[in-house]
Structures are given as C-alpha cells and as structure tokens.
Ligand binder design. Structure first.
Ligand SMILES: [Cu+2]
Length: 283
C-alpha cells in the first residue's frame, strides 16, 4: 500500500467517525455520552484491527516460502505517513474522550453546576449500609423511599408487567430533569451502580460523592452495589423508576404524606406507651 493510499485510508476513518453520534435513543444523558464515546472509539478500532490483520495475513502468505530474510528498505514517506496518521488518531481519541469525561453528566464536581430545585432539579441522597440502601429526598420530606411507599400500579406510562415486581429501595426520577444523586456510606465502601443509565459512583464513609444526570426514557432500571462489601453484598439491589413529571409530583406528594403520617403515628404511639396504664385522663 502506498503512502498516499494509507493517508487516504486514515483520513477516511477519521472523517467517518465525525458522523458517528448518539443516534440511538439513550435512557439518560450520561448513558448517551458513554455509549457515544464507545461507538466513536469502535469506528476507529475496527478498521485498524482489520488493516493490521489483512497486512499480517498477506505477509505470511507472500513470504512463507522465502529462504532468505532480506532487510526492509527505508521508505521515508511511509514512515512519515504512519507517524502522522497515528498522531491524528490519538488526537481524535483524546478529544473524543475529553468531550465525554469532562461533561458534568459523566464527571461531576460542584464547581461545574449547582442543583436548582426551583427549576425542577431533583436532589437525592443514596446512603449505602451493610446491606441495603436508604433513599432520602430531603427537599420533598421523604426518607427511606421504598417501592411499597409508591403506588406504582397507578403509573399509566409504565406497563404493570414492569412495575409489579419492583420492591425494596427505590429512586423515582422525573424524565427530562437534571438529577443530582449524592451517595455516601454508613460503614464500609460500597458503590452505586445503574448500568443502563450509565451511572456509577463509589459510596464512601464520611464522604459525599455526587452524580449528575438527566433521565431521558421512562422505565424501570435495576441498580445494585458494585463494590464487594461483605456477605450480604449480593442483596444490595435497588430500583430507579423514571416517570413523567406530573406522575413524579403525584408519587412524591403521596410518599411525603405517608411518611409524615407514619411519623405522627409513631409519635402518638410513643405518647400512648409513655402514659402510665390505668390512669384516667381528666378524672
Ligand atoms: Cu455494598
């Protein structure tokens, strides 16, 4: 292959990747960025793999019967071409990776953006402990949200087949809103992981790590602990349920009402037990 042909080939490969985007619908902005980067890198890697294999097979077949190994003659143009082509590919990989990694939806620091509840941004704290999760919505007054606090069978946008088996700790998120999930741990190191949404973050004791994302597709997504944390590690499942905004508002106000009701019931029963038995009030 001449230097010119090789150069044309690499230019074509680099040009082709410009058209590779996030064409397929993605369940979240984070998944879109990660899958988009994966696609771009594949469009570079696959042609290079094919090129190398073709040259390898060609060389083996062509020279298999040579008795005498002859040294390769210098070809300066070819050397310059493959150096430049490699540099172009590395620059492309670097720029594409930086575009995904530097995005707040993949790597979030509080200097990048701050949650604005007035704009509908959602803030959740996912606290890991041996061996479960506690999902708290401080702004909405909901603590320890589980599937049983949510009337998921009333969610029109999700088929019953998807919601009927949902149990345990559950995050409800509105589609199309920025979501800030802060994760921490009460004991050992755990990790918050929702593969389909592209979310993964370590849950560390005495440390708050925040993920920012925006769910784009209604659905039920499986989450779990991704850091081996002891004998109950495999039970650390949770759910992420993405619904439309008005459904989210309704579910959260129902859950908030239920949790304040149970709090007042607990207070009442605590008062009742503290009253000495047999005493007659107002006698
Ligand atoms: Cu864990």
């Amino acid at each position: 292959m001449t230097a010119k042909r090789l150069g044309t080939f690499f230019a074509a490969v680099v040009g082709l990747t410009a058209f590779v985007g996030t064409a397929a619908a993605q369940p979240s902005t984070t998944a879109g960025l990660i899958n988009g980067l994966n696609g771009k890198l594949l469009y570079i890697a696959v042609p290079i793999t094919i090129l190398v294999e073709v040259i390898l097979i060609y060389t083996v077949l062509k020279f298999k019967d040579s008795d005498e190994a002859k040294p390769t003659r210098e070809n300066r143009r070819l050397e310059i071409t493959w150096t430049i082509a490699t540099a172009i590919i590395l620059v492309f990989v670097g720029v594409a990776s930086y575009g995904a990694l530097a995005n707040p939806n993949v790597t979030y620091t509080s200097a990048m953006a701050q949650p604005d509840p007035g704009q509908g941004d959602v803030e959740v704290t996912a606290t890991a402990y041996q061996w479960n999760w506690r999902m708290n919505y401080t702004n909405e007054g909901v603590t320890g949200l589980t599937a049983s606090d949510l009337n998921l069978s009333t969610v029109d946008e999700l088929p019953t087949s998807e919601t009927e088996d949902v149990s345990g700790p559950t995050l409800v998120l509105p589609r199309g809103q920025d979501v800030y999930i802060t994760t921490t741990s009460e004991d050992v190191i755990h990790a918050f992981h929702v593969p389909e949404l592209g979310l993964k973050q370590d849950s560390m004791p005495n440390q708050n790590n925040t993920i920012k994302t925006r769910p784009l597709e209604v659905g039920v997504y499986q989450g779990y602990c991704a850091e081996y944390c002891g004998s109950g590690h495999s039970q650390m499942y949770f759910n992420v349920v993405v619904v439309e905004q008005d459904t989210y508002d309704r579910l959260m106000s129902e859950a908030a009402a239920a949790s304040s009701e149970s709090a007042s019931t607990n207070a009442t029963s605590a008062n009742a037990t503290s009253t000495p038995s047999g005493s007659v009030v107002g006698a």
